[in-house]
Unconditional design. Structure first.
Length: 266
């Protein structure tokens, strides 16, 4: 009996620890939109809402960097974790939505429909890192923003490794000015298939010979940055960016700058 009580106590403590983990916030859906600053027009909306794994290390810093990049492009930005901003009236005040490791089912059905209308009328999207992981299951989101299925990343001592990034389309504006060779240290996502199979255009790949992908190796075609060429709105996804240091890398800052600039142009 004593062992059973001890076991139940340990289970309760472990469950509470998971529930209280800053990496796994309690999922919520927002219903009251934020108050936007006056005269916000053609701005950049930066959203780091997380209803699944939360990248607590990089989100504060990367939100600051993304705001700085927006300012350098002459655009106002608004940073929020209130997904109720995904409504037609407020989205019309933005040219680009940046999904900064937004994870999980963070949009209600109505908010997702407003987001779909935003893209359909030409709104741009820059989705980063966890915005493309397996916690996203809504069909429109998967088909439009990701185009494939995340299957994992190396773990243990191999979770963070330098890997060589190769440019698949050096003529595309998102990749303009990137200096090679480039081997950033990051958490390298693998996917079930290349998004090119769904009509997307791969801009950059990872050279699997330059790191240890383990059992989730994809072979010669291992994409890391791509665009959705099938939408009126310009959609960019980058799997890079787990660590805060990634956003201080000159090449990655340039890619993010290029991506926001490109996505803002219908």
């Amino acid at each position: 009996m004593m062992l059973r009580i001890l076991g139940l106590a340990l289970l309760l403590l472990s469950t509470q620890a998971v529930a209280n983990s800053p990496y796994l916030p309690t999922p919520t859906h927002d219903t009251v939109p934020p108050v936007l600053p006056a005269r916000l027009h053609k701005a950049v909306l930066i959203v780091s809402k997380t209803n699944a794994f939360r990248h607590i290390e990089h989100i504060p810093h990367s939100n600051d960097v993304l705001s700085q990049i927006s300012a350098s492009l002459g655009r106002q930005s608004f940073v929020t974790e209130n997904a109720a901003v995904f409504n037609d009236a407020q989205l019309r005040r933005f040219s680009v939505v940046v999904l900064n490791s937004a994870s999980g089912d963070f949009l209600t059905a109505g908010q997702r429909e407003a987001f779909a209308r935003f893209v359909a009328r030409g709104g741009g999207v820059v989705a980063l890192h966890a915005a493309g992981d397996s916690s996203h299951v809504a069909p429109w989101y998967v088909d439009t923003i990701i185009g494939t299925r995340f299957i994992g990343h190396p773990l243990g001592r191999d979770q963070f490794q330098p890997a060589a990034v190769t440019i698949a389309d050096p003529t595309h504006p998102v990749m303009a000015g990137v200096q090679l060779p480039w081997a950033p240290r990051d958490e390298w996502y693998s996917f079930a298939t290349s998004p090119a199979a769904k009509g997307m255009t791969v801009l950059a790949r990872i050279d699997e010979q330059s790191y240890r992908p383990g059992k989730i190796a994809m072979g010669a075609d291992h994409p890391v940055i791509w665009i959705n060429s099938r939408t009126r709105g310009r959609v960019v996804y980058s799997a890079l960016g787990h660590t805060p240091e990634a956003y201080d890398d000159p090449n990655y800052r340039l890619i993010l700058t290029n991506a926001i600039r490109w996505a803002a142009k219908r």
